[in-house]
Design a protein around this ligand. Structure first.
Ligand code: NDP
Length: 251
């Protein structure tokens, strides 16, 4: 049965930035499919999120993690034992005009969005390669292909383009080890990240007006794609980018 291919029983999944938003929706979907899910997040709210999943009879736990510190990432990989699925979801966005962007802000965006993705992929990918199985899903963005308007976000856009090409690079390198690496590029999704922009009328008007489906996406609509990429249902996909943007990048 093709539906059986979506099941994740007996597998362990790590979701960075899984305390809320898209990450929490992905953690929930993977746990509902039978995985033991590790929410690895800077935000201690991740503990409550894990308890909420446990209360539904799902396997979830929280570990504090700052993805920008490779030593923390390596320590978590040592602690957890075999990990089958890694979702690199932690990400930040800053809307500072390029001419006013301080060095520290540029570096922080790249530290979380690009370096964090690499530190986690390397640390968890090592065990996957040794066991000849694994699925890594990088949450990129449509901002890696287009320049959003009207808000300025050069660092974010450049960082997400890097995530997409890092995805392809690791997919090519690790295919012989049985490790698949894919990306999801969401459009505008209703989370804390987009809340402030939605309250700004000109931003809201552009965001919705430029989206053919005429609405924001829900975190669960990204999570369903992550479940597909995590599972055997996507066994012939690697190095691919699923664009989940309500059609934004068509125009
Ligand atoms: P949120 O801001 O709602 O959640 C992000 C989570 O990541 C927070 O819990 C945050 O914790 C955590 N986090 C931030 N920095 C780190 C870090 N250094 N180490 C570990 N965890 C960290 O974001 P979304 O759910 O909206 O976004 C999730 C992903 O999806 C991001 O990569 C984002 O770029 C991407 N995306 C989102 C879109 C959208 O429209 N929402 C569109 C396209 C892509 P804390 O609060 O403590 O910082």
């Amino acid at each position: 049965m093709v539906l059986d291919k979506f099941k994740l029983n007996g597998q362990t999944a790590v979701v960075t930035g899984g305390a809320r938003g898209i990450g929490l929706a992905i953690a929930t979907a993977l746990a509902e499919a039978g995985a033991r899910v590790v929410i690895a997040d800077l935000d201690p709210q991740g503990q409550k999120s894990a308890e909420h999943l446990q209360a539904q009879g799902l396997q979830a736990e929280y570990h504090s993690l700052d993805v920008t510190h490779s030593s923390q990432v390596e320590a978590l990989a040592q602690t957890l034992g075999p990990v089958d699925i890694l979702v690199n979801n932690a990400g930040i966005c800053r809307n500072t005009p390029a001419l006013e962007t301080p060095d520290e802000e540029w570096l922080q965006v790249f530290n979380v969005n690009v370096h964090g993705v690499f530190w986690c992929s390397r640390a968890f990918g090592r065990g996957m390669a040794a066991r000849q199985q694994g699925s890594i899903i990088n949450i990129a963005s449509m901002s890696g292909r287009i320049v959003n308007r009207p808000q300025p976000q050069a660092a974010y856009n450049a960082s997400k383009a890097a995530v997409v090409h890092l995805t392809r690079s690791l997919a090519a390198e690790w295919a012989p080890f049985g490790v698949r690496v894919n990306a999801i590029s969401p459009g505008y999704i209703g989370t804390k990240m987009t809340k402030r922009g939605l309250q700004t009328p000109e931003w809201r008007q552009d965001w919705l007006g430029l989206t053919p489906l005429g609405r924001l996406g829900e975190p669960e609509e990204v999570a369903a794609c992550a479940l597909f990429l995590a599972s055997e249902a996507s066994s012939y996909l690697t190095g691919s980018e699923l664009v989940v943007d309500g059609g934004y990048t068509i125009w």
